[in-house]
Design a protein. Sequence first.
Length: 345
Amino acid sequence: MTTVLNDSPFVRACRGLDVPHTPVWFMRQAGRSLPEYRKIREGIGMLDSCRRPDLVTEITLQPVRRHNVDAAILFSDIVVPIAAAGIDLDIVPGTGPVVAEPVRTPAGIERLRQITPDDVGFVAESVRLLVKELGGTPLIGFAGAPFTLASYLIEGGPSRTYLKTKAMMYGEPALWNALLSRLADITLTFLRTQIDAGVSAVQLFDSWAGALSEADYREHVLPHSSRVLAGLAGAGVPRIHFGVGTAVLLEAMGEAGADVVGVDWRTPLDRATKVIGPSKAVQGNLDPAVLFAGREVVEREARRVLEQGRAAPGHVFNLGHGVMPETDPDALTRLVAFVHETSAR
Ligand code: CP3
């Protein structure tokens, strides 16, 4: 059974094929910007909601119904497979993932066991339900990349400086590589489970890789992300790779092996394409803050992003990072319609 929606504008743009209009979806489109999301989540913890296929299905569909986006993204979180691997953690509202006992020793890595598809059976079940409900709209699966996951495990929570993460990376390379290698194995299983259940594309989020220099990224991170992306090469779905603050990393992130490179709002897409090369599509990259500046500004900036995106063989319109919780959902709905109209060919 193949469920990959190869003819959808989203999958075609990922592959650099011609499209009837530039496809658009938003990172964090399912979430707190939507009143119907805040309502359904009342009294239910984030991780608990990720483990309930009925809730995952409803929350994933909410932005598709509302905004007419060209793709859905599975409602989950990057730490879901880490919790399934045996790490005691919680997602704290307003803070993010918090790990009870940070992982900083060989014994810590032992606690992080490799997962089997059964450990994340609720994710496979959610994907199967969603593929049925979504019809012609492709579903994007995702995972956190080894570096971004390691930063939560080593710091014990979100960080601004990544001091403990970098201390291990520079000072204990064997331990570092063992941890990132285990995380790459978990991530591969997690993504393969989603692909087997029917997602049409996957996105590997290395959200915090922008904390690194290019040399350090190449030496300590790229080999592990490459192994994940290479492991999915024959799976028949486009692979998207995204990070924030990655202007100096775009060339290396492209080399990591994805089909599409996600670009934050700091780097214009035409410049990004020059660096990444003509064989990959790009995704992005309207500044999420522009949505707070009024309709004319949104349209002017969206037009600029569309024009700069034409430099690449394929362009998936998105924000340069996730939707801010305070965003007016109607501004997102209007933006989708504007992108579709303006890019129609
Ligand atoms: O719509 C979508 O994009 C799908 C859902 C999604 C969530 N998390 C839901 C979520 C996705 C793709 C993620 C990935 C994720 N999680 C990343 C990578 C993407 C990025 O933003 O760079 C990261 C770094 C995390 C870790 C994480 N989880 C953070 C930083 C937070 C926010 C903390 C906060 O409260 O501000 C979370 C929690 C989280 N994940 C929420 C949602 C909707 C908010 C929790 C809630 O609604 O109660």
